[in-house]
Write a protein that binds this ligand. Sequence first.
Ligand code: ZN
Length: 694
Amino acid sequence: MLTISNLTAHYGAAQALFGIDMAVAAGQTVALVGANGAGKSTLLKCIMGLLKPSGGEILLDGKPVTGATPARMVRLGLAMSPEGREVFADLPVLENLQLGAIPLNLPKAEEKRRMDEVFARFPKLGQRRTQPAGTLSGGEQQMLAMGRALMARPRLLLLDEPSLGLAPIITDEIFAIIHQLARAGTTILVVEQNAARALSASDTAYLLAGGRIVEQGKSRDLLLDPALRAAFLGAASHDNPSASRLGAAGLTNIRLEKQPMQTDFMPAFASAEDLQAHQLKGLKWTVRHAYEGSPAYRAKLEAAGVTPDSIQSLDDLRRLPFTTTEDLRDGYPFPLKSVPFEQLVRVHASSGTTGKRKVLCYTQKDLDDWISMFARCYQTAGITPLDRVQIAVGYGVWTAGMGFQLGCERVGALAVPVGPGNIDMQIQFLLDFQSTVFCSTASMALLMAEEIHKRGIADRIAVKKIIYGSERSSRSMRKKISELFGGAELFDITGLTELYGPGAGIECPDHDCIHYWSDYYLLEILDPETLKPLPDGEWGEMVVTTLCKEGAPLIRYRTRDITRIIPGPCTCGSVMPRHSRIKGRSDDTIKFRGVNIYPSSIDTILSAVPGLGSEYQIHLTRGEGGRDNLRLVVERAEGVGASRAPEMAHEAVHQIKRQLMVSVDLDIVDYGSLPRSERKSQRVFDSRIQDEIV
Ligand code: ZN
């Protein structure tokens, strides 16, 4: 949208800007950070036409605007909230706002409409509309200056030092509004001395010193750059309280109250051979540890003719016997336990809907390893110490809440541990705490998304990322969650209680695969029927072997999860290997008239039919004469008329027939008529089994 090249500016003989190059893309928030006198305000003034540059060029939408008047710039869609607010103290709020639209010469009715918009965004200004601006507090004057700029409904909003001289709590409020404006689509260029603030609120940033750009890049990268943090941002800490005091006096750029912390949790293997050597060492250790520590494992290994010395290469993995859910249940209450009790520090359990629960025990090292894996997941999703992570998964004996919580603390983000359900409280915290990350099951995320939509608050919340797991989700469900959350980015996280808990891998920012932590466990993909290895790229059952798990190691544990290895490197640049998002479980494959169907293939087909919603159920029944019937009940998408149902049903049935080779019945029902759940939504209803018992 805005391109600046080789821009220079002078005040008299003194040069203030030296060959500035920068770009602001439409929809982005760009921060211009620097100390007092670095040239930030000068640059903004040049852009706005308040100061004539002495050289270089400014292009708006590709057209030169260098040296245009401020009034012309307003007509071209720019507006600026200046440093020090510059409100007219004797004029009332209303008249101050009118000034912002003067260059546009608006009809009265339009001016009134825009003023109402400003009051809706800044209710405090509405209450004080007839009060002279000079009687407002500093924060209110800042809101007035921003409101005045918004009267022009700018495409590009320039904000000069919006937090200058404001108390931290008012600064929070101002930045929340900046964030909302950005979400509503306004492109923003913000100048700030408070580097932490500006970097955490922007997509890209330029650091200015002495009239020159000294650093530029993604704000997140700049924020986490250790050299930059030390030199430019001057992090304060318990051991360095002076930085804190200076920060309070507004004299340094940042106050990071947290200790400098680890920001990279990825392993450093120089080559694939290095990793394999590590894996082989881990495999040998695991087999010996299980053999010596667990009578159950020793019996299984001996029955398979394997001793610890049998493991000489990674290929020897194939010689090891499988471990299954039944092994866990048989060993209740402490299955697979391979260390003495005094070394255990915690147990977790799975939700045992049938039979006994699966109980897993942990040593302190197991917990530390789990937390590191989870920190990697957060790192992959781009979570930083400035994020506020609202955790809406189960706490207690389940692994989920604990994993999300401890991983969050390890990366230094702020955890908001709400637990599942409690929709009203969730919404309140999203609004009041401005949580930037929401963690839940896919069903819960959908429930929240619909609630946010119903209450019309998408532009008042700050969620940028949703991390969800423990459940398959269709493409249309993901799309809907993202949209109703105001454009949040979704990350599917994997894991299972048996394998520490959630956090064993996560979808990367390229959203094409799950990266998994192959230095902690080996992953095989086997044919669930024959248990023979499948070539890379083919769908099969995920079987895992841990490499350093002490309390309850896993040897070729059959997860029942269906996925496939994706060979080759990822476009995201991560060196960690990857698999596809989990397609389903081998034990919830639907066997229908001799065909094996994964429920996810039905997801995929329904997601591709325009007008269908994300919610559906699969009903299997057995008719007279033993013939199986499969009936789908699918919701229409919100706002799609019932008259389109026959056409949509025809298309969906046709596609299922074409792609899965089966004939199904399909009913289309109203949007919102199928039940929503905070936990996993049940989608498959199979009444044939009972028929068989009868
Ligand atoms: Zn990737």
